[in-house]
Design a protein around this ligand. Structure first.
Ligand code: IPE
Ligand code: MG
Length: 218
């Protein structure tokens, strides 16, 4: 969900205003994705590197996360969606940690799609964490073993990764899991990304041939 800051600057507003507007876009896209049949939707909300931003901006992002997990998630949960989070939650305020834990608990028996929110998340850190777990358990370090100890162990790898905002990079997102993910980049800033844009990404994805290093079947 990239481009909030530039979206706001282009309107002569502060970056924090862009985050506020961007956060209002989340529900719309989440509902639309689930309506389209997406089984697992991951949102890159806050990276382990985002702490380096000015304190005012970090505070606003944390405030918006609090609002999101307080208010909006209720709706998602009622639609039989299960919440999952990935990242190091220990750096969040106890209040935010509790809110998240409550939403996870409240949705744990939901059997529909999964909403996975990445907060204080870094893909490289995640790999280190997975390897450390294997070592602690005295297990071999294998490709499958690492996969099974990532935050995404239960639901696997993303088929499609969409990045808004025009930058062509993945910025420490699902470094291990994205080896064979299809990537889609759009110039649209996150606050302007809508249902139509989402459908464009899905259509584009549906026209690709995924070979996973093999050759195409005749
Ligand atoms: C949102 O966009 C990303 C986060 C939630 C941290 P940015 O804040 O990165 O916006 P740009 O890229 O500066 O425009
Ligand atoms: Mg950015």
């Amino acid at each position: 969900m990239d481009g909030n800051g530039r979206w706001a600057k282009a309107r002569g507003k502060k970056r924090t205003y862009g985050h506020k507007v961007g956060s209002k876009n989340v529900d719309k896209i989440v509902s639309h994705a689930f309506k389209r049949g997406v089984k697992v939707l991951s949102l890159y909300a806050f990276s382990s590197e985002n702490w380096e931003r000015p304190q005012e901006e970090v505070n606003e992002l944390m405030r918006l996360l609090k609002v999101y997990f307080t208010k909006f998630l209720g709706k998602v949960i009622k639609n039989n969606v299960r919440l999952s989070v990935m990242g190091d939650m220990s750096k969040l305020t106890p209040e935010l940690q509790e809110l998240i834990a409550k939403d996870i608990e409240a949705s744990k028996n939901n059997t529909g799609s999964i909403l996975n929110v990445a907060i204080n998340y870094g893909g490289r850190q995640e790999i280190v964490y997975a390897v450390k777990k294997l070592l602690e358990q005295g297990e071999d370090i294998t490709v499958e073993g690492i996969s099974q100890n990532l935050y995404t162990a239960e639901f696997g790898e993303p088929d499609l990764i969409i990045r808004t905002g025009g930058d062509i990079r993945t910025s420490n997102f699902m470094v291990y899991q994205s080896a064979y993910s299809e990537l889609y980049f759009t110039e649209k800033f996150w606050p302007d990304f809508n249902e139509e844009e989402f459908d464009k990404a899905i259509l584009n994805y549906s026209q690709r041939k995924r070979r996973f290093g093999r050759i195409e079947e005749e």
